[in-house]
Design a protein around this ligand. Structure first.
Ligand code: PGA
Length: 246
């Protein structure tokens, strides 16, 4: 049995005061049931705050992006080693907002996943198709291509990632993939993982895209869905905790 992992992706939201309240409530109320794991990926300026608030608790924290480079003249970039210094366990890489709004290619995402691993972080690698791609029947080829770039770069280290399937048309839209639609892609991804590396069969594959307390249970019940990557609903402690317990 694989654990269920629920990860909050705050995106570019938060502030010192509201973070304190949110992190404090999560810490006070998360009782870490067996087989359940919880984490929050916060904007990088708040990693120190997340570390202070969550150290010694059962809740992990992480960054939402890292550079593919180690160090040097890359103004505005943040390296994996830097975020690792704040006790992060995770770094999201290849979120669709970065692929589309910041022009990140499959190769860049793969290099970021490598950089995260090198710094001792677990990359949460996001893949997913746009609405156009789904309607054109290319969901399978898109997610296979996206995962393929990462598995080619990581080789036998593929087993150390977490994978997140996030159909772009479901992110922040209130339009969730049905459990069956999500399960179909998750099953495909799991078979691709196993084909790429025999040790990658137990990689956690999270679903993301408008997960809420009222649809989480049906999604998480699917055999190949190992939890969720939660955007909007991770900003409210009660809703996020309800998803984590679903
Ligand atoms: P959402 O975002 O839950 O707000 O749809 C998910 C994500 O982008 O990770």
């Amino acid at each position: 049995m694989r654990d269920k992992l629920v990860v909050g992706n705050w995106k570019m939201n938060g502030g010192l005061k509201q973070n304190d309240a949110l992190l404090g409530t999560l810490r006070a109320e998360w009782n870490a049931p067996a087989g359940r794991r919880l984490a929050v990926c916060v904007p990088s300026p708040y990693l120190f705050q997340a570390q202070a608030a969550l150290s010694g608790s059962a809740i992990a924290w992480g960054a939402q992006n890292v550079s593919d480079r180690d160090a040097g003249a890359f103004t505005g970039e943040i390296s994996a080693a830097m975020v690792a210094e704040f006790g992060c366990r995770y770094a999201i890489v290849g979120h669709s907002e970065r692929r589309t709004l910041h022009g990140e290619s499959d190769a860049t995402v793969a290099a970021k996943a490598s950089a995260a691993l090198k710094a001792g972080l677990t990359p949460i690698v996001c893949v997913g198709e746009t609405l156009e791609e789904r309607e054109a029947g290319s969901t399978e080829s898109v997610v296979t291509r996206q995962l393929g770039a990462v598995s080619a770069a990581l080789g036998s280290k593929l087993a150390a990632i977490v994978l997140a399937y996030e159909p772009v048309w479901a992110i922040g839209t209130g339009r969730t993939a049905t459990p069956q639609q999500a399960q179909d892609v998750h099953r495909l991804l799991r078979s691709r993982l196993a084909a790429a590396d025999a040790t990658a069969t137990d990689v956690l594959v999270l679903y993301g895209g408008s997960v809420k307390a009222d649809n989480a249970k049906a999604l998480f019940r699917c055999p190949d869905i190992d939890g969720g990557l939660i955007g909007g609903a991770s900003l409210k402690a009660d809703e996020f905790l309800a998803i984590a317990r679903a």
